[in-house]
Write a protein that binds this ligand. Structure first.
Ligand SMILES: N[C@@H](CCC(=O)N[C@@H](CS)C(=O)NCC(=O)O)C(=O)O
Length: 215
């Protein structure tokens, strides 16, 4: 059985969500964050990089969300929630599977800029980093909003792992300072719709931002 090493209030909630979508059994090992809000030493000892999520499957210890969701889909889910290279929307699937990483990059850039006292909304700034942030943030988020005005799900007509990857960045991450989505109506509607999926609701109860370590 797959073990999900879950760091509280983190992206590992998406692996619980995937398992609930696929109806697969899993074991959850819960790690609270330290007072500095970072992963505790016990979590860091799981993997050389140890970003959350990390899973264990037999002797395999695997990190990185896109790798984990594709691994589970292919090895245990008969390819459900993935897209094969024969399907018309294969390239879309590949593109949108990477999109969460773009949002993460923007989040860390925004966090660093704000910590340095930069006004990221200020159009008059000369800083190269602020310009890069402004251009990319606008491009990525507007493109996301445009895409979700054209299709129901990121990769096209069907719900896929790409949708599982992106939700954290549009929801919980905004409470940590990621760009909010209120001005992006198609994204707001998408988040509301996806949030009603039974597997999502169950996963958030088990491992979402408001969940607590089981007694
Ligand atoms: N590229 C990784 C990034 C995951 C990531 O940044 N996870 C955060 C939690 S949301 C983390 O591990 N934070 C704890 C720390 O860095 O100490 C993925 O997509 O899985």
């Amino acid at each position: 059985m797959i073990t999900i090493y879950h760091l509280a209030v983190s992206q590992s909630d998406r692996i619980v969500w995937l398992m609930e979508e696929l109806g697969l059994p899993y074991q959850l090992e819960w790690f609270d964050r330290g007072e500095d809000l970072l992963a505790p030493p016990e979590y860091l000892s799981l993997h050389p990089v140890a970003t959350s999520p990390v899973i264990k499957d037999g002797d395999l210890v695997l990190a990185e969300s896109p790798a984990i969701v594709e691994y589970i889909s292919q090895r245990y889910g008969n390819g459900q929630l993935s897209v094969t290279c024969e399907q018309a929307n294969y390239a879309d699937y590949l593109y949108w599977m990477q999109f969460n990483s773009n949002l993460q990059t923007l989040f860390f850039l925004k966090m660093g800029l704000e910590a340095d006292g930069n006004m990221i909304e200020d159009d008059g700034v000369d800083s190269l980093a602020v310009k890069v942030y402004q251009r990319r943030s606008e491009a990525y988020y507007q493109y996301l909003n445009q895409r979700l005005g054209q299709v129901d799900y990121l990769a096209g007509p069907d719900f896929t792992c790409a949708d599982i990857l992106i939700m954290f960045g549009l929801t919980t991450a905004t409470t940590f300072g990621a760009r909010r989505i209120d001005d992006l109506p198609n994204v707001v509607a998408y988040v509301e719709r996806i949030s009603q999926r039974p597997a999502y609701i169950k996963a958030m109860l088990v491992a979402g931002p408001d969940a607590k370590k089981p007694g």
